[in-house]
Design a binder for this molecule. Structure first.
Ligand SMILES: [Zn+2]
Length: 304
């Protein structure tokens, strides 16, 4: 394909809102720089808890219409980030939110946790072979914090990376394609601790309670972080995208809370761990997810 932008980033997430919380500033930055940013969300988040009382009727145990509503929130969030290519894995509603680990929803026949990994991966292979991303971002093997849909998103994404490159696999899904770099989301412990110190200093009255470092998904020792993307200029876009997920997130300045009402810091800079492919710097952290990818270095994304 010749009409694709030079730099192409694919993110694989479990539910609407995960992309904005984890990668919102990164997505806004690369979209603003002209890269193709593609988001694949694996479920519509049907089992989420609803924060605004006026919308409580959407919840799975009442009207069960939260999935369609959250798809609308996701579309609004992508407008804030300038991202135009966002899709649901296998189409909207193909896989249902599995609920928290151990919940009865884990046994729902249509839930993502019960999906065949190879079958779900095939749906992602089709996207990979279409948009041919140099960089893929997803969760670590624990899904950042153990949610079944996040673990499954990790498994499906990593399997799809392999299958997309296999010449013999499903030729009907497009030409084989090898992704140059795969990153897992993470946050360095020092940044999390510093964020909570800011939150405590800002006053406990902002939220009914304050979360702890261990409530933050993907916290790793600082030395495991291989890329720190300078995205502070896109912090406002990230906060706006998070605000668009109003059923799930309450944003207050540089802080936010989920339905548990526990405040936590909103990170302006975003961090990653390279797990596949070659780092673009000899030492220290990369500042660009595309660093070292042949032909696409530099913010313009143009290249030989
Ligand atoms: Zn999630």
């Amino acid at each position: 394909m010749t009409d694709l932008p030079g730099r192409r980033l694919l993110l694989v997430h479990a539910h609407p809102d995960d992309e904005s919380i984890n990668n919102g500033a990164t997505m806004a930055k690369y979209a603003a720089e002209g890269a193709l940013v593609t988001l694949v969300t694996c479920t519509r988040g049907e089992e989420g808890e609803v924060i605004p009382p006026a919308l409580a009727h959407l919840a799975a145990d009442r009207d069960d219409t939260l999935g369609a509503f959250r798809a609308g929130e996701l579309a609004a969030a992508m407008k804030e980030l300038g991202v135009t290519d966002h899709r649901f894995l296998g189409g909207a509603g193909r896989y249902r939110d599995s609920g928290m680990m151990g919940a009865p929803q884990n046994d729902h026949p249509g839930c993502f946790w019960r999906a065949e990994v190879d079958e779900a991966a095939a749906a992602l292979v089709e996207v990979i072979r279409e948009v041919r991303p140099q960089v893929l971002v997803t969760y670590d093997p624990n899904g950042g914090y153990g949610h079944p849909d996040h673990i499954q998103a990790h498994r499906v994404a990593m399997r799809a990376v392999e299958l997309a490159a296999e010449k013999a696999f499903r030729k009907d899904l497009g030409e084989p394609y090898e992704i140059a770099k795969v990153y897992w989301n993470c946050v360095p412990r020092s940044a999390v601790e510093e964020g909570f110190a800011r939150l405590r200093a800002a006053g406990k009255e902002l939220f009914p309670g304050i979360a702890s470092v261990d409530d933050v998904p993907g916290v790793v020792p600082d030395e495991e972080v291989t890329a720190a993307i300078p995205t502070a200029a896109y912090a406002a876009a990230k906060a706006a995208a998070m605000r668009a997920h109003a059923t799930q997130i309450a944003v207050d300045g540089p802080f936010f809370a989920l339905s548990n009402d526990l405040g936590q810091p909103l990170f302006a800079d975003e961090y990653y761990r390279l797990v596949r492919g070659e780092p673009g710097v000899a030492e220290g952290r990369e500042a660009d997810l595309f660093a070292g990818v042949s032909g696409v270095s530099g913010p313009s994304g143009a290249g030989a």
